[in-house]
Each structure stands twice: as structure tokens, then as C-alpha cells.
Design a binder for this molecule. Structure first.
Ligand code: ZN
Length: 129
């Protein structure tokens, strides 16, 4: 989860964004991440990254190899930061995010299909109504 957005830009590594962030499981383990623009999957505008936003981060050799916007409690802030993709399991409906009451977040990633037509939250595993 993002605590603070530190900087945009970068001199030697190309375009980056610097963040202070912590794992969901340990709010005291804040670390500074430098994320290259090319590492992002679904980022719409890095200037719309906000404190409280949750990211999916994959590390390789201590560096951020892949990053994606996961969710935020505020749907409009999430829509401003993440590329809208249809994640609805029902092709008749268009959804770019689902809301998990357990997480208290809108989440811009596919939920997990636990049985035919039944889904659970990608983050916490709670069944979705
Ligand atoms: Zn959840």
C-alpha cells in the first residue's frame, strides 16, 4: 500500500516514480520503491497514484520488475490511476473494478473464480456476492 509518493522523473534510469510503501501484512515495514514506467501493467497516469492505493508488486533481484494498480477505497481515484479494463466475468456486464466489503476497496483486477459463477476477492479471499 502506498504511504507517500516521493518523486516523479529520474535522471539516469529513465522515467520513474518513487514511492514509500508497505506490505499489506506489515504496516511498519515501509520501504522506498523506485518503479520504472516500463514495469507498469495497468497504470493510466502515475501522477494519479495516491496514498492508500494498493499495488501488486513483483520483485526480482531487489528491484521492482512488475507493478500493477490493485485497488483503492475511493473508486474515482482508482479510475483516475488505472487503465480501465473489463474484468466482469459476465460478458453482458461491463465492470472495471469490483468492490470487496472485507477489504473496503475497489479492486481493478480479476476476482478469483472459486466455482462456476462464484467468485472470491483476489486480495482477501472473501466470497463476493
Ligand atoms: Zn477482499
Amino acid at each position: 500500500m502506498i504511504d507517500t509518493v516521493v518523486h516523479f522523473g529520474g535522471f539516469f534510469q529513465g522515467e520513474t516514480v518513487g514511492l514509500n510503501a508497505h506490505p499489506r501484512s506489515d504496516s511498519s515495514a515501509v520501504q522506498t520503491l523506485t518503479i520504472d514506467d516500463s514495469a507498469w501493467d495497468n497504470l493510466k497516469d502515475k501522477h494519479n497514484l495516491e496514498p492508500g492505493m494498493n499495488l501488486l508488486i513483483r520483485f526480482a533481484r531487489g528491484e521492482v520488475e512488475e507493478a500493477a494498480v490493485l485497488g483503492h477505497s475511493d473508486r474515482e481515484l482508482l479510475r483516475a490511476a488505472a487503465v480501465e479494463r473489463n474484468i466482469s466475468p459476465n460478458p453482458a456486464l461491463r465492470a472495471i473494478a469490483y468492490h470487496c466489503k472485507q477489504c473496503g476497496m475497489w479492486i481493478a483486477q480479476q476476482p478469483v473464480e472459486i466455482a462456476k459463477g462464484a467468485y472470491s476477492c483476489l486480495v482477501c479471499g472473501s466470497p463476493l456476492a
